[in-house]
Write a protein that binds this ligand. Structure first.
Ligand code: ADP
Ligand code: MG
Length: 575
């Protein structure tokens, strides 16, 4: 909680207003019963009509003032709380943006979403409640007791019996309720996780006829949450009648003993009525405090979860003294690079050595799981190497400014993501201020012009969430165009031609050749035809280099390469 408090600083003024307003409102609430007893004891008993009008009018004024304060307090507390929530969400979001792949793997996406929405909402709501209750409840309780004592000290002895009873009940209820409230937050996480998985995989679930099974899984998480919530609400529901019972019995007791004291002539009727109201105020403030004690632990769980994000630091940090670029452009060198995924027992790639220069095409081929994507992902520093070094333009990539390093790279990932927005918006991810002509050129090279023209709105066609309204091959070409627009020094194509037919693949690569004359190009591919004419082919096998060289050399020297080739081409084609 403490760490989140600094987000309250900008809202100092509204918070002070609320406290002031609540203070005034409580004063008016405490003053009203006294005015009433005045009217009864001095006005009604003596039949003094002008006095009743005068004090009655004053009462109205005080009540109206209290009401205005209460309305304004609502306004300012809402303003402070929602502003606090907004700032916190913003901070959490920008923190998540700095995370590297490692942190994403660690906290799940579902949990990140719950934390940014529901958890912040919890904290925000409790903060709003606290603003209003924190001052009002103790002030009302203490003020009420003082006022009651001033009306009749002896009758006040009755509180010695009532208050411990009330406090005891609250304690019993809170002890049962608080752990349950803590549980609820975890269960919401669970429901979100199942729901997210289900929605993302909805096509797979349907095609494998797992709808029934998934429904059961969701039902389980859902009813688990429901049961806990119902349990909590049952306890809270039981609280109200019990409280009312105590409250009402207290009034009876006060009227009973007060009546006796009026008979003795030691108390007046108006005072007794005021006394009852003070008793109510005292007890209500106790109930309010107890509600707070129930809400705070729940918000505390949320606060801890939010804090976890805020204090989590990306393992990939921008170097403090980044080195400046040299004259070189697009040189990439791997020096004995080994990489383990966090927690993995064996390395995904090990002892990788090679050098790539501008104007060269380096192809990487190998079976699935041989570490091809891993190798490419290391270049933009999505992960840091475990051992060895990667140099770009002669400088260790860990010494590069991250933004500058990534600015040199045009990356077409294996799993392409397009974003909601038009095709043009998506392409401009590569370069924000790209002109129409640049867009046209890029889609031309990427062989995307034809299918874009066939769409009614051309470049202004909307892409659905996750790019579900374009085919796999169309998506790949858009992602390629997005990288081309950047005019990067280093191109990384991770299996980017796999969904294209052979003809389009060949045409695209021919067009690319002209575009990438001065760039360093990495192409990961499964098809031999895609990599055959590369300047250098790296054959990966279980994370190790099985061979490096040109197609002809590798055919002779590399067993693994020969196997891959003969599984795809006929003897004549191999020649
Ligand atoms: P390729 O692209 O050649 O098919 P990858 O580079 O994707 O292979 O994967 C290489 C190895 O690393 C595989 O054994 C895979 O299980 C493992 N791996 C890939 N991504 C992760 C990850 N995020 N966390 C842990 N292990 C991973
Ligand atoms: Mg891969």
């Amino acid at each position: 909680m403490k760490k989140l408090a600094k987000f309250l600083r900008p809202f100092r003024m509204p918070i002070i207003f609320v406290l002031l307003l609540v203070f005034l409102q409580t004063l008016s609430d405490l003053y009203l019963p006294t005015l009433m007893s005045d009217i009864i004891d001095n006005g009604v008993v003596n039949g003094d009509i002008p006095y009743i009008w005068k004090i009655g009018g004053f009462m109205l004024l005080v009540a109206a003032g209290g009401m205005i304060c209460s309305i304004l307090a609502s306004f300012f507390s809402a303003k402070a709380a929602t502003g606090f929530g907004r700032d916190l969400r913003e901070r959490v979001f920008s923190q998540v943006e700095t995370f590297s792949q490692t942190e994403f793997d660690q906290l799940s996406t579902a949990s990140l979403i719950t934390r940014t929405t529901n958890d912040i909402m919890q904290v925000q709501n409790v903060f709003m409640m606290m603003l209003r209750i924190m001052l009002m409840a103790p002030m009302m309780a203490i003020g009420g007791i003082i006022m009651a004592l001033s009306k009749d000290t002896k009758l006040s002895l009755i509180f010695v019996v009532i208050l411990p009873m009330l406090a005891g009940t609250i304690f019993l209820i809170a002890r049962k309720g608080i752990p349950l409230f803590k549980e609820i937050q975890k269960k919401i996480d669970n429901v979100n996780r199942v729901l997210r998985e289900k929605l993302i995989g909805v096509r797979v679930i349907r095609s494998f006829n797992r709808v029934g099974y998934e429904e059961k899984r969701f039902d389980q998480a859902n009813s688990d949450l429901t049961e806990t919530t119902i349990k909590v609400n049952k306890i809270m529901a039981a609280m109200m009648p019990v409280m009312m019972l105590i409250l009402n019995f207290s009034s009876i007791a006060i009227v009973w003993f007060g009546g006796l004291r009026i008979d003795q002539g030691s108390m007046e009727v108006g005072d007794l009525m005021a006394f009852i109201q003070y008793a109510m105020q005292i007890m209500f403030s106790l109930i309010m405090v107890s509600m707070m004690f129930v809400m705070i632990p729940r918000a505390q769980v949320s606060a801890v979860r939010i804090n976890e994000i805020l204090t989590m630091e990306s393992v990939i940090k921008n170097p403090e003294n980044s080195k400046r670029a040299t004259q070189q452009k697009g040189y990439v060198e791997f020096q004995n690079v080994t990489f383990y995924y966090p927690g993995a027992e064996s390395p995904a790639i090990s002892h990788i050595n090679f050098e790539a220069k501008p104007g060269e095409i380096t192809a990487i081929i190998g079976g699935t799981g041989s570490g091809k994507s891993t190798l490419l992902n290391l270049i933009p520093r999505f992960y840091d190497v475990t051992d060895g070094k990667i140099l770009v333009d002669g400088i260790d990539i860990r010494d590069w400014d991250l933004e500058e390093l990534r600015g040199k790279i045009g990356f077409v990932p294996q799993k392409n993501s397009l974003f909601t927005g038009t095709i043009a918006d998506n392409l401009r991810f590569g370069k924000e201020d790209a002109t129409e002509a640049e867009l046209k050129r890029a889609i031309d090279i990427a062989q995307a012009t034809e299918f874009i023209q066939e769409m009614k709105k051309g470049l202004n066609t909307e892409i659905a969430q996750g790019g579900t309204n374009v085919s796999g091959g169309q998506k790949q070409r858009l992602a390629i165009a997005r990288a081309i627009i950047r005019k990067p020094e280093i191109y990384l194509f991770d299996d980017s031609f796999s969904a294209l037919d052979f003809k389009t693949d060949a045409k695209l690569r021919a067009a690319l050749k002209g575009e990438t004359k001065e760039a360093t190009v990495f192409i990961v591919a499964q098809r031999v035809s895609t990599v055959m004419d590369a300047d250098r082919i790296i054959v990966l096998d279980e994370g190790k280099i099985a061979g490096v060289g040109k197609h002809r050399e590798l055919l002779q020297t590399c067993e693994v390469y020969h196997e891959i080739v003969s599984s795809q081409l006929s003897e004549e084609e191999i020649g």
